[in-house]
Design a protein around this ligand. Structure first.
Ligand code: ADP
Ligand code: ASP
Ligand code: MG
Length: 418
């Protein structure tokens, strides 16, 4: 039997009626001759509620107990989905992560897959079951404790199962009918893409487009999983949604194919650090040890206090997620107190956002940066930090201009036109 993986996100299983709607889609695929592995998220809002309960109970919570609590939402939807399918006459069984088992590392709340042995689920299919419903977002560590994969992790569970079970495709059902040129919530001009290359989707996801968790795209690219994003609220056809695929499957693509944003960024500047060999390592080592995800980095040109002065000074600026600012600040201050480096001042700006343009066409086209900067200038948006790679350009700007910037860039690169 060809095997299909179908993943339903939170809004697609938000209540019993929506679980029934999703189950109907699963039933259609079974009727078409597929064995199906269904990956479910928790009902929408549930994971946030669980996280809130943990944080209200314990400020410096034990990550093992955090995972015990926040993984529970998916167990409920997995059981309900299996029951609904059974009611429809489809032989289905639910699986919690530990029952499969989905073996992961012990990095609680950010665990990574180690292995997904097929035996147990294969044995159930051999018994005549048609559907295995697996709780997304969770796994089990070598110590036998429940782990979670990081927010949005059910996408990654789905792709991992598609790879482990050689699925014909991995369908990600969500509340939009595909991947758009930008978040359709920001501009009605956003256009749905029929196909997008793995590399572009990877950049868009890592730069903030939350339609797919970044690691799910990484895995899909590595294991060549055909990944499709589509709506659970519309009828499914052969051509529904957006296919995430190899670059050479896409006939023509624009220079810029999408605009992404990330609202929760912070900018930190160490003013007047001594400019000497090893200074960057001295600063960013402790930040890495503290688990801070540093993104953009800018080091200014250095200045001498006086001509003939032996010491030069510079400013070092970096960005990180807003919720890591306290951790970053603590790491820097502790390193300074230990004498790793000295600085004049630490300036923190938590009112910034990152806006990025992405496209594989940038590899061979000049002028994208100039166009991006001039269209932001035309809107009077000041750029605070710039970072580039082969296929993306990102800028840090004041958060209040984020929507405006996304819309201006979408217009400038004419993304509403096919
Ligand atoms: P789910 O709960 O199904 O996992 P998510 O909320 O995680 O769904 O992801 C879907 C959301 O991603 C959409 O509602 C949309 O607002 C947002 N999104 C951001 N960027 C894009 C994009 N480029 N294309 C489509 N959706 C996007
Ligand atoms: N329920 C989890 C979350 O909200 C995982 C997921 O839905 O992908 O982050
Ligand atoms: Mg999601």
């Amino acid at each position: 039997m060809p095997l299909l993986v179908m993943k339903f996100g939170g809004t697609s299983v938000a209540d019993l009626a929506r679980i029934e709607n999703a189950a109907t889609k699963v039933q259609s695929e079974v009727d078409r001759g597929h064995d199906v592995i269904v990956i479910v998220s928790a009902m929408s809002g549930k994971t946030n509620e669980l996280v809130g309960w943990v944080e209200s109970t314990s400020k410096l919570y034990d990550a093992r107990e955090y995972d015990a609590v926040v993984s529970s939402g998916e167990n409920v939807t997995a059981g309900l989905m299996a029951l609904r399918l059974q009611e429809m006459g489809v032989p289905a069984r639910s699986w919690a992560g530990w029952q499969v088992p989905i073996n992961t590392t012990s990095a609680h709340s950010a665990a990574r897959f180690v292995s997904i042995p097929r035996d147990n689920i294969d044995a159930k299919f051999a018994e005549g079951f048609k559907v295995a419903v697996v709780a997304g977002f969770q796994g089990v560590s070598a110590e036998g404790r429940v782990t979670t994969l990081g927010r949005g992790g059910s996408d990654t569970t789905a792709v991992a199962f598609a790879a482990a079970f050689d699925a014909v495709r991995c369908d990600i059902y969500t509340d939009v009918d595909g991947v758009y040129t930008t978040d359709p919530r920001i501009t009605s001009k956003a256009r749905k893409l029929d196909k997008i290359a793995y590399e572009e989707m990877l950049e868009l996801a890592s730069l903030g487009a939350k339609v797919l968790q970044t690691r799910s795209v990484e895995l899909a690219m590595r294991y060549k999983v055909r990944l499709r994003v589509l709506s659970s609220f519309e009828e499914t056809t052969e051509t529904s949604g957006t296919l995430v695929c190899d670059e050479d499957e896409i006939m023509e693509s624009k220079v810029v194919s999408g605009v992404a944003y990330s609202r929760d960024e912070a900018k930190m500047t160490l003013v007047r650090v001594e400019d000497r060999p090893g200074i960057a390592a001295a600063i960013f080592g402790p930040l890495a040890d503290a688990g801070v995800n540093v993104d953009m980095i800018v080091q200014n040109i250095s200045e001498l206090d006086n001509p003939g002065d032996k010491r030069a000074y510079t400013d070092m600026t970096f960005s990180c997620p807003t919720n890591q600012v306290l951790r970053a600040q603590k790491a820097i201050e502790e390193a300074r107190d230990k004498g790793a480096f000295a600085y004049g001042n630490l300036v923190v700006d938590t009112d910034v956002a990152k806006v990025s343009v992405v496209g594989i066409g940038m590899r061979s086209h000049a002028g994208v940066a100039a166009k991006m900067f001039s269209s932001l200038a035309a809107e009077n948006v000041n750029i605070k930090v710039i970072a580039t790679s082969e296929i993306k350009i990102s800028v840090l700007i004041d958060r209040k201009y984020m929507e405006l910037a996304v819309q201006a860039l979408h217009d400038a690169f004419e993304l509403e036109k096919a």
